[in-house]
Design a protein around this ligand. Sequence first.
Ligand SMILES: Cc1ncc(C[n+]2csc(CCOP(=O)(O)OP(=O)(O)O)c2C)c(N)n1
Ligand SMILES: [Mg+2]
Length: 286
Amino acid sequence: MNRKRSRSGVSILELEIVAAKIRRNVLEICRGQGGYAAQGVALADIAATLYFDEMRPDGKGWFFDRFILSNGHDAIMTYGALAESGHYEMEDLKTINADGSWVDQSPIEGQPGFEITAGSLGQGPSQAAGLAWALRRQGSNARVHCLFSDGELQEGNVWEGAMFAGHQRLSNLCYIVDNNDMQASGHTRKIMSVEPVDEKFEAFGFKTRRIQGTSVADLLDAFEDARATTDKPFAMICDTKPWDGIDCLQKAQPLAHFTAKDAVKWDEGIAEIDAEIERLEAERTQ
Ligand SMILES: Cc1ncc(C[n+]2csc(CCOP(=O)(O)OP(=O)(O)O)c2C)c(N)n1
Ligand SMILES: [Mg+2]
């Protein structure tokens, strides 16, 4: 097990276990009323790496480094992670999408863990660039991470933010792209291709790295590379697939922008995850 590559000293195996538990949380949160479960599952390794290794604690129970969620519907990823870290209660999160629930599917600025209102897509990258610029100006060494989607790459504001970040050489900024070839009504490559994503960000002055979004080892390497890049912003292009990490649900519903509560067999997915957690925990005790 390579322990050196993680920032905090946690092992790859530990982070894989956390990611599997986040996947389980996502399914448990969505099974009652449906939700953006396929994205939450696929982004669990990114969430585990970010929240449980990369972002430094602020000493007050939250994080010193910043995370901007641009694609508001992927709040499910954040909820899954912040339930695992003890910041949110699963019982509250399970009320998502229910009438009268305070748990927003796409949260607004100020809800714990959410810095911006992101239901209207395409706005996070420019806000993250502005935040990174302001923090640098204030002399802070906090890093700013921003997750956004391939669908959002079709919006002009994303590229205005990227142009500003490249021009300002914002080396404290790390974009994380959920490049899942899916948007609301089908495959991104068929509706309006955004490729080659890495070359586009390079042209805007970024250092880029294209990785498998479900590989903790790749993610740790990429975050290390981002931190070591001191003269330009960084873009991590994470190739993912809906439900990445749960084979039976991927097979059942390969294109899954929104998963209605009756669209998949949640129990089958949970059973697959439980078997995975058991296998990983057995490996840990070896
Ligand atoms: C500005 C804006 N336009 C349209 C929408 C409606 N919408 C919600 S999710 C979505 C899909 C966007 O693609 P992506 O985020 O890649 O979807 P995913 O991969 O998560 O399924 C759209 C068009 C929106 N929320 N905001
Ligand atoms: Mg997408």
